[in-house]
Write a protein that binds this ligand. Structure first.
Ligand code: ASP
Length: 319
């Protein structure tokens, strides 16, 4: 854990393609919200990241449904979209849900898409490459003892398929960005294509304020990646910030939030990761798995640095 009070950004490791632009924007006077949006858009546009935005791994019937949220730590306003198809920059649509002063926080599915059209959000006709469609087809064919694959999208039962297709080889990932700007304001954002091969309509923690994302200038911010169901059940991001409010150090608060995840009683327990910072500039990354890292950059650094996450073991179980 390190400490300073400069403008800074922390992100999940896959934020590496966006952090330099986000920091440049901050140095040019952009807000923390701008920096978060800029950083995340770079990952959403990247076809090689199959966990976020364009060319992410689809749900079990081969459709890409995106989730994202953004939170302003100054006002505690937030915006989010879930299950959105056809619009790669989910973080920007989420931000507009907040900025356009809708009396809502979260729009999902057809409503999110309608809103995206209404605000002229960038729409892409084809959100998946043939390569990703082939990975999806092969992955599901491998799980299909019954040869049921061709009827998957025709209303055949999916429940058992979802269990088969997801563990233990599920592909996880999501991008997290937390930024502090020159005014000392904090913002946090999360974007994901969700859990690969998920049940259609499944919404993870990423667009749920308090689960996968939370920011409050007075205490700090937290964002999560990993098995979203766990962060929803534990209210992870909000819990961590509340632990800070109750006077814990950042390391204590992050450890406590991870232990809440470990102690969940669900039959389905997987990997979880979080990044967090406090109002004094300390930052930390935690994971239930070894070898995980996160990145950070402060205004006086030429480049980002990659930092090892601290481990809290969470034994996995599946059904
Ligand atoms: N947290 C994301 C979700 O549950 C996925 C991930 O980070 O692996 O949708």
């Amino acid at each position: 854990m390190t400490k300073n009070t400069a403008m800074r950004i922390i992100a999940s490791q896959n934020g590496v393609r966006g952090i330099a632009d986000a920091m440049r924007a901050l140095k040019n006077g952009a807000s923390a919200l701008d920096a978060v949006e800029i950083g995340i858009r770079a990952i959403e546009a990247d076809p090689s990241d199959h966990t976020v935005g364009y060319n992410g791994y689809p749900n079990i019937v081969g459709e890409l449904e995106l989730d994202a949220s953004i939170m302003d730590g100054k006002t505690l306003n937030s915006g989010a979209v879930a299950l959105m198809r056809g619009f790669p920059f989910a973080i920007s649509v989420a931000r507009q849900v907040m900025e356009r002063k809708l009396p809502h926080v979260l729009l999902a599915g057809a409503g999110a898409e309608r809103f995206a059209r209404e605000i002229d959000a960038e729409a892409w006709d084809d959100m998946l490459t043939d390569e990703v469609r082939e990975v999806w087809r092969r992955r599901l064919t491998a799980s299909a003892a019954t040869g049921a694959f061709p009827t998957l999208s025709d209303g055949s039962p999916l429940l058992d398929w979802v269990k088969l297709a997801t563990d233990p080889e599920r592909v996880e990932g999501t991008v997290n960005f937390i930024a502090v700007d020159g005014q000392g304001d904090i913002a946090s954002g999360v974007s994901t294509s969700g859990w690969a091969w998920k049940y259609p309509g499944r919404i993870g923690d990423s667009p749920i304020i308090g689960a996968g994302n939370y920011a409050d200038n007075r205490y700090g911010a937290c964002a999560c990646t990993g098995m979203g169901e766990m962060a929803i059940n534990a209210g992870t991001a909000r819990s961590l910030v509340l632990y800070l409010k109750l006077g814990m150090s950042l390391a204590e608060a992050a450890g406590e939030a991870m232990r809440d995840l470990r102690d969940l009683g669900s039959d389905y327990i997987g990997g979880m990761n979080l990044i967090a910072l406090d109002r004094d500039g300390a930052h930390i990354g935690m994971s239930s798995e070894t070898g995980r890292t996160y990145i950070y950059q402060q205004a006086d650094m030429m480049e980002h640095e990659e930092v090892e996450r601290e481990i809290v073991e969470i034994p996995a179980r599946w059904g």
